[in-house]
Design a protein around this ligand. Structure first.
Ligand code: G4P
Length: 531
């Protein structure tokens, strides 16, 4: 069940010190969902793994709740999981498991203070991890690394350390180390106190693995060839790698590395403890003018995600707000920075996957869902006291385009409403040509699956079936009013507009884009989109 109410809220600074807000990022299939579930198991938030997601039929689930997700067995929408462990409130911002939904992942990262990067021990660092890391680095997010699937044969832990260093450019500082690999993976050594934890697999990994703790790794060689190998590697590490260092970790230069198996619950507790012990609590938040909003300042936050249809019985609209400072009290009136209008927070909720509970108070780092605050958009700041604006949430320029048409012209109103809603939620970007207007907007996305979700939701939720047609556009860049005038005069370039006024130059070919960039360096053409 949902632990919703925090009995008495301490001062915002004390509340911040008690919180860790983090995300898990990984290449699809590296084990993010499994690990999420096991973190919940070890924190005591769920009693048995498998209650979050029954892997055999991929149906029942806490974090994957939408129809399409359930049918496909993938996690599309980001949800917030809130649980407590060792007197700390953990806000785990779930990121989509499918690569097509990476745009959503970027937004979620804007609301976290740290991230756990999951690497598949057998497959090593994969392309998707690299792009995600780029974004994390841009945002200065400290990364903890969990090398998962150590129960499978792989290149070995030293190879993984090399990959982290070579491919990602992060200094790996192994905190734990595996004893045995593949079928022989029996435990992990904690290099900080030289303890060895041996695990016994519980059936289906549904409950905590039995642990047997020994001190000092001098006893390792007596445990046979795997103990001997681990002992040798550990001696090598003493010379080869620098020890964990808080300063470089927090600066995004080094990453503490943990080894384990989420499936069998090996090393999960070490990671969970590390989130509490090493990940930073919420701190002063950078604002758009370069100053910082201190956690003790009056309440403020920003919207990083919007979602509708979370409650199947009501087609509701939830704006997820990351609290940055002060104490959020349900019912308080906050100011919507872009419009200056008051926002009612009477319907604030904490969310636990599809479950939700009313929130009475929340502190820095918490995420509250504001139900039916339909005027809010992604990136909007809400505040009490002195006016503040947090920086916009950057995304990548869309890479895929479709022309969308309304199948049944008598349902024009529904079509228009659906398009506006999907655009606001960021499911797809809806762009309009000034000459064509609402008749045939262009949908823009970074992943193919975004179109499918849009198509299904238009039919199911808004009752306006659509036809998606190939579009001639190949590339897009964000531009501004001044450059738009010149761009419109060029061949092979159109300028389309979003509902919120953002302008995009769309190109027929890479050639036209490159030529425009070369011939017109004075024009604004951004590949990172700023709202
Ligand atoms: P994702 O969210 O990152 O996409 O990954 P997910 O947790 O869904 O895991 C992907 C697959 O990897 C699943 O197998 C899962 O059981 C498996 N897995 C996760 N952690 C481990 C681990 O530590 N060791 C091993 N050996 N496997 C792991 P699947 O075949 O897709 O599903 P299922 O048939 O196991 O249910």
């Amino acid at each position: 069940m949902v632990e919703a109410t925090i009995a008495t809220m301490p001062s915002p600074a004390d509340a911040a010190a008690q919180r860790r807000t983090f995300a898990i990022i990984s290449h699809p299939d590296a084990g993010k969902t499994t690990l999420t579930e096991k973190l919940l198991l070890y924190s005591g938030a769920i009693e048995q793994a498998g209650s979050v997601r029954d892997r055999r039929d991929r149906r029942s689930t806490t974090s994957d709740w939408q129809d399409i997700e359930q049918r496909r067995g993938i996690s599309i929408s980001s949800t917030v999981l809130r649980f407590d462990y060792r007197d700390t409130f953990l806000n785990l911002l779930d990121t989509p498991g499918h690569r097509d939904f990476s745009e959503d992942t970027y937004r979620v990262l804007s609301a976290t203070d740290a991230a756990v990067m999951v690497i598949d021990a057998a497959r090593g660092v994969e392309a998707q991890t690299l792009k995600l890391f780029e974004v994390s680095r841009q945002r200065g997010i400290p990364l903890l690394t969990f090398v998962n699937k150590c129960d499978r044969p792989g290149p070995g832990p030293l190879g993984i350390l090399d990959e982290i260093e070579d491919k990602i450019g992060l200094q790996p500082t192994p905190v734990t180390w595996p004893v045995g690999l593949g079928q022989d993976f029996v435990g992990v050594v904690d290099r900080r106190d030289r303890s060895i934890t041996r695990f016994t697999r519980a059936e289906h990994g549904a409950t905590e693995a039995l642990e047997d703790l020994a001190h000092g790794y001098d006893s390792l060689p007596a445990e046979g060839p795997f103990g001997e190998q681990a002992h040798e590697e550990l001696s090598l590490l003493e010379e080869m790698v620098v020890p964990y260092d808080a300063e470089t970790f927090l600066a995004g230069v080094s990453t503490p590395v943990f080894f384990g198996s989420a499936l069998w619950n090996f090393g999960v507790r070490h990671l969970l403890d590390a989130v509490v012990d090493l990940a930073p609590p919420p701190g002063p938040q950078l604002t758009a003018d370069g100053s910082h909003r201190d956690v003790d300042a009056p309440c403020s936050g920003f919207v990083f995600k919007i979602q509708t249809g979370m409650d199947r019985n009501h087609r509701d609209h939830v704006a997820f707000v990351r609290v940055c400072s002060g104490t959020f009290v349900r019912g308080m009136t906050l100011t919507h920075e872009p419009s200056g209008r008051p926002v009612n927070t009477k319907h604030a909720q904490f969310l636990f996957g599809a479950e939700r509970a009313t929130v009475d108070e929340a502190g820095p780092g918490d995420v509250v869902g504001l139900v039916n605050a339909s005027e809010l958009r992604i990136g909007d700041t809400l505040y009490d006291g002195a006016r503040v604006r947090f920086p916009p949430i950057p995304t990548f320029a869309p890479e895929l385009f479709r022309t969308v048409r309304n199948k049944d012209t008598s349902r024009y109103k529904q079509f228009k409403k659906g398009m506006a809603q999907l655009d606001r939620e960021g499911v797809v970007q809806v762009l309009r040509h000034p000459d064509v207007g609402d008749q045939a907007p262009v949908l823009a996305a970074v992943g193919e699956l975004q179109f499918q979700v849009a198509e299904e939701r238009m039919a199911d939720e808004f009752g306006a079936a659509v036809i998606l047609e190939p579009s001639r556009y190949i590339e897009a860049r964000q531009t501004d009013t001044e450059s738009a005038r010149e761009l419109r005069a060029l061949r092979g370039v159109d300028v389309l507009e979003k509902d919120d006024g953002a302008l995009f130059a769309l190109f027929d070919s890479n050639y036209v884009l490159n030529r425009t960039l070369e011939d017109h360096p004075e024009l604004t053409l951004r590949s990172i989109v700023v709202a």
